[in-house]
Structures are given as structure tokens and as C-alpha cells.
Design a protein around this ligand. Structure first.
Ligand code: PGA
Length: 260
């Protein structure tokens, strides 16, 4: 899996809106139990919903886990009822998903807004995990490369050489999210290779080698090994399976093994 020793394998759990507040605190407590003694040669991140960020971060203090937001607004402040800004989450989290397809749809995000958010997150000292990927229609029309290239080029527009070491790109074919429909691991890896190649075209190979690229979309313990076995795949973004502590542990172990 690892092409470069500098890239620590990464497993991110996106809890979406699956659990109640109490359910999220219980999940954090059981993760703490289940992952006791888990070594830190991979990075583990969980993304609860906003009201649970601070208590979950507190519960997971001094564990292998860091905490991330599922979304953050692209504006720094202003009249945006119900929205949450970077300066409101940065005291609690080290990470944020940016441009998840569910939010791209809900908030009608443009690639430019995604790019602005990612760079703002970096300025606030957070690790942005920028989600990109094609729709079912685009996939069927053989337009995956075109879509991913456009999204990456927009993201790279304002990127700096230094930012690439903190930037994570999650390739998530939208048609694979929550559907159980999976791309062929080799096909997914070749899109992920393209993502790195686009970064290399802009900044050179050495800089592009520092950027982490992970796969997301219907990742389960039973299928994760095939994805992380592919070259250049630095980990996974897990939705539905991440709210099951034992399965999340199995996934983390399989990613860890692939990194060895
Ligand atoms: P899923 O979600 O694992 O439930 O498909 C992935 C995601 O939305 O990031």
C-alpha cells in the first residue's frame, strides 16, 4: 500500500447522522475499549456531528483517535443561519471532511467553494479531507477521468507545496456511497493514481508523494483489504461500517497490515 514512508495510513470514520447524541458518546466509549492497546502506526479519525464534537474529543483524549467535523462552511463568518464556521470548530477538532458528496448536494457546493474551504481549513491548522468522485451517470458515460481531473485542478489552484503534506484527498465514487456497489479495486486505484499525477504535474513528484489519497464508498471489513492492497492507496473513509466498533477495529487492522 505505502509508496512512501512519509505517508501514515489513515482510517476515517464518518458517523453521518446515524446516531443520537447519547449513541455517539456510547460509540466513543466503546471505541476506546475496543481499541485499547492499538498501536499508533496508523492514524484513526472519527467524525461525529457538531454537538458531539467536543464531548467525543474529550472522551477520546489520550487514545489513538483524533476527531474531525463532517462539514464546515466556506465562509469565515456572516449571516448564514444554521451554518458552522472553521473558527467555531477549530478548538475541538484536528480534521474536517470538505465537500463530501452528501453536502455538495445538500448545500449545492461548487468546486470553488470546496477549494476555498480546504485552504481555509489549512490556515486554521486543520487537516482537510477533500472528497471527490463521479456520479453514476458520469461513470456510465465514461466521464470519471474528466470529472476527477476538474475537481482536482480546482483544488490545486490555490494549493501550496507545503499544504500537500496536510491535504488528504478521498476518492469516493458517488454511486458507491451507501449502496454496497463497489468499483473494481484496480480501477479505483488508477483514478487515485491520476489524482496524485495531477498533483505531481503541478508541484513535482516529491511534493505529490507527500499527499495522502484514500478510498471511500461502501468500505466494510470484508472488502477493505483489496483496496488498500493497491499501490498508492493510503487508507479509507468509512461511513456505515464506522458506527460498529468491532467492524471498525477489523477495518483498521486490515489497513494496518497492508501498510506493513
Ligand atoms: P459508506 O459511506 O461507507 O456508508 O458508503 C462513505 C462516505 O460517505 O464517506
Amino acid at each position: 500500500m505505502l509508496a512512501s514512508m512519509e505517508r501514515l495510513p489513515l482510517v476515517i470514520g464518518n458517523w453521518k447522522m446515524e446516531l443520537s447524541h447519547r449513541g455517539q458518546l456510547e460509540l466513543a466509549r466503546s471505541l476506546k475499549q475496543v481499541f485499547k492497546g492499538f498501536s499508533r502506526d496508523i492514524e484513526l479519525v472519527v467524525c461525529p456531528s457538531y454537538p458531539a464534537l467536543a464531548p467525543v474529543a474529550d472522551l477520546l483524549k489520550r487514545t489513538a483517535f483524533s476527531v474531525g467535523a463532517q462539514h464546515v462552511h466556506w465562509a469565515e463568518r456572516g449571516a448564514w443561519t444554521g451554518a458552522v464556521s472553521l473558527s467555531q470548530i477549530s478548538p475541538f477538532v484536528q480534521w474536517s471532511l470538505v465537500g463530501h458528496s452528501e453536502q455538495r448536494a445538500l448545500s449545492r457546493l461548487t468546486d470553488e467553494q470546496v477549494q476555498v474551504t480546504a485552504h481555509l481549513a489549512l490556515q486554521h491548522g486543520l487537516f482537510p479531507v477533500v472528497c471527490i468522485g463521479e456520479t453514476r451517470e458520469e461513470y456510465d458515460a465514461d466521464r470519471t477521468v474528466e470529472k476527477v481531473t476538474a475537481q482536482m485542478q480546482s483544488l490545486l489552484q490555490k494549493a501550496s507545496r507545503a499544504s500537500l503534506a496536510k491535504l488528504v484527498v478521498a476518492y469516493e465514487p458517488i454511486w458507491a456511497i451507501g449502496t454496497g456497489e463497489l468499483p473494481d479495486p484496480g480501477d479505483a486505484a488508477s483514478v487515485m493514481l491520476l489524482i496524485r499525477k495531477l498533483a505531481a504535474e503541478r508541484f513535482g513528484n516529491d511534493v505529490a508523494e507527500r499527499m495522502r489519497v484514500i478510498y471511500g464508498g461502501s468500505v466494510k471489513a470484508r472488502n477493505v483489504a483489496a483496496y488498500v492492497a493497491e499501490p498508492g492507496v493510503d487508507g479509507v473513509l468509512v461511513g456505515g461500517a464506522s458506527v460498529h466498533p468491532r467492524e471498525f477495529l477489523d477495518i483498521a487492522r486490515l489497513v494496518q497490515e497492508a501498510g506493513r
